[in-house]
Design a protein. Structure first.
Ligand SMILES: Nc1ncnc2c1ncn2[C@@H]1O[C@H](COP(=O)(O)OP(=O)(O)OP(=O)(O)O)[C@@H](O)[C@H]1O
Ligand SMILES: CC(=O)N[C@H]1[C@@H]2OC[C@@H](O2)[C@@H](O)[C@@H]1O[C@H](C)C(=O)O
Length: 360
C-alpha cells in the first residue's frame, strides 16, 4: 500500500486540548508526500484539565480507570470528527497525554489506552510510541524528528515551541534532536494566576522587565549543559524551573518577560551549538508558541541574522505534531523504523507503537 488515510491525535504538555488531524500520505519515488485535510482542536473541559494535571498523585486504580476513560474520550472525539467530515480513515495514530516522563528511571507513560480508544472509535489504533525506545535504553523522545527528516527536510532546523521546546537538526552523524527547555508550560502556568489560559502574542511579557538574578537562577540547571541525548518531563520542569518563577518576588509581567528570555536563550544557544557553519540557515518554528510574536522576536534576536525563523501557515503551526504522529503510525504500519537512535540514544533505530484492532 502506498497511500494511507490517517487521523493523528496529539495532546501536548501545554494542556490546551486534543489536536486531531486527518492526513493523507503517499509514497512516490521513495519520497513521502503529505496533505492535511481536516483538523480540529478540542479544548479540554475543566474536568479533564484538572484530572490530567493531578494524575501523577493518584492511586494505581484511579490511574488505570483514567487511562481507560481518557481512551474512550479520545475514541468518541474521533467518532464525531469522522462523522462530521464524512471520512473513512485506515487507522488512528494516537500519542496520548504524557503523565510521567523520566527516561533515566525507564518511565514514560502516555495516557489514553489504545484498546478503549479503538473500541470507542471502531477503528484500528496505533499508540504507545515511546515504550519500546525506552526499553532499548533510549529517551523515548523526541520522536517527531523522523518526520522532520522525511517530510520537512528542506529546513536546516525544526523548532517546536510547545509546552516544552525542542529542536531537530540533520547532522553528518545522523539527526540530532533534544528538548531545549520548558516553553508554554511556564507562560501558561504564570498567567493562570490571572485566569488566562495563555499570554496572547506575549503582550503581558512585553510589558515586563528582565529580572537578571531570576534569569541566572533559571539558567543554572545542569540539564542545559548536558550533551544529548536528553529530554524533559513536566516533573523536571515543575521542580527545576516553575517553582523558581512562582516563588519570585516580582510582577507577573516581569516573570513572563524573564521566562521568555530564558526560553529564547536556550533555544538559540542549542541551535548555534549544532549549526556551526557560516552559511544562512532556515529554522521552521511550529507549535503554539510560534503564535507568540514576542517570543519569536526574542528567539530571532538571540539567533542573529544568519538564521531566518520561519513561521508557516497556522494549520501547520498548530497541527505539525498531530500530522507527524499520523506519519509515525504509517511507518509503524509498514514496519519501518519510526524512532531514531541518533536522537534518543536507544541501542538501535526501532519500530515503536502498539496496534489495537477496533474494527468489526
Ligand atoms: N496567540 C498566541 N500567543 C501566545 N501563545 C499562544 C498563542 N496561541 C497559542 N499559544 C500557546 O501555544 C500553546 C499550545 O501549543 P501547542 O498546542 O503546540 O502545545 P502542545 O501540543 O502542548 O506542545 P508539546 O506537545 O510540544 O509540548 C497554548 O497553550 C499557548 O501557550
Ligand atoms: C515525553 C513527551 O511527551 N515529550 C514531548 C514533550 O512535548 C515536547 C517535547 O516534550 C517532546 O520531547 C515530546 O513531544 C514531541 C511530540 C516529540 O516526541 O517529538
Amino acid at each position: 500500500m502506498n497511500t494511507y488515510h490517517v487521523i493523528g491525535l496529539m495532546s501536548g504538555t501545554s494542556l490546551d486540548g486534543v489536536d486531531l488531524a486527518y492526513c493523507i500520505f503517499t509514497k512516490k519515488n521513495q519520497n513521502w508526500i503529505y496533505k492535511i485535510y481536516y483538523t480540529t482542536t478540542l479544548p479540554y473541559t475543566f474536568f479533564w484539565k484538572q484530572r490530567l494535571n493531578t494524575l501523577m498523585d493518584v492511586s494505581a486504580e484511579k490511574f488505570i480507570l483514567a487511562d481507560h476513560q481518557y481512551g474512550t474520550y479520545l475514541g468518541e472525539a474521533v467518532r464525531e470528527f469522522v462523522s462530521k467530515n464524512g471520512i473513512s480513515p485506515d487507522f488512528i495514530a494516537s500519542h496520548g497525554h504524557t503523565i510521567f516522563h523520566q527516561p533515566s528511571q525507564h518511565i514514560s507513560y502516555q495516557l489514553g489506552h489504545g484498546a478503549y480508544l479503538a473500541a470507542a472509535a471502531g477503528l484500528p489504533v496505533v499508540c504507545d510510541f515511546r515504550t519500546l525506545d525506552i526499553a532499548l535504553g533510549g529517551q523515548g523522545a523526541p520522536l517527531v524528528p523522523i518526520g522532520d527528516r522525511l517530510l520537512f527536510n528542506q529546513y536546516d532546523c525544526c523548532l517546536n515551541l510547545g509546552g516544552i521546546a525542542n529542536i531537530s537538526v540533520a547532522s553528518p552523524n545522523g539527526r540530532i534532536a533534544f528538548d531545549t527547555g520548558a516553553c508554554n508550560i511556564l507562560l501558561n502556568t504564570l498567567v493562570s494566576e490571572v485566569d488566562l489560559s495563555y499570554d496572547e502574542d506575549g503582550r503581558l511579557a512585553r510589558q515586563g522587565q528582565v529580572q537578571t538574578d531570576l534569569l541566572e537562577q533559571l539558567n543554572q540547571a545542569d540539564y542545559f549543559s548536558a550533551p544529548p541525548p536528553k529530554s524533559l518531563g513536566k516533573e523536571w520542569i515543575d521542580a527545576h524551573t516553575l517553582h523558581l518563577l512562582l516563588a519570585a518576588n516580582c510582577s507577573l509581567a516581569d516573570k513572563l518577560q524573564t521566562a521568555c528570555h530564558h526560553i529564547a536563550y536556550h533555544i538559540a544557544r542549542s541551535i548555534k551549538e549544532v549549526l556551526t557553519n557560516t552559511k544562512p540557515y532556515q529554522v521552521l518554528a511550529t507549535g503554539g508558541g510560534a503564535f507568540n510574536t514576542y517570543l519569536v522576536e526574542l528567539i530571532q534576536r538571540a539567533l542573529g541574522n544568519q538564521f531566518a525563523v520561519i513561521v508557516p501557515e497556522p494549520e501547520l503551526v498548530s497541527f505539525k505534531e498531530a500530522l507527524v504522529f499520523a506519519f509515525l503510525g504509517v511507518l509503524r504500519w509498514q514496519q519501518q523504523p519510526n524512532c531514531l537512535s541518533s536522537v534518543t540514544g536507544a541501542s538501535h533505530d526501532n519500530v515503536g507503537g502498539a496496534i489495537y484492532w477496533g474494527k468489526k
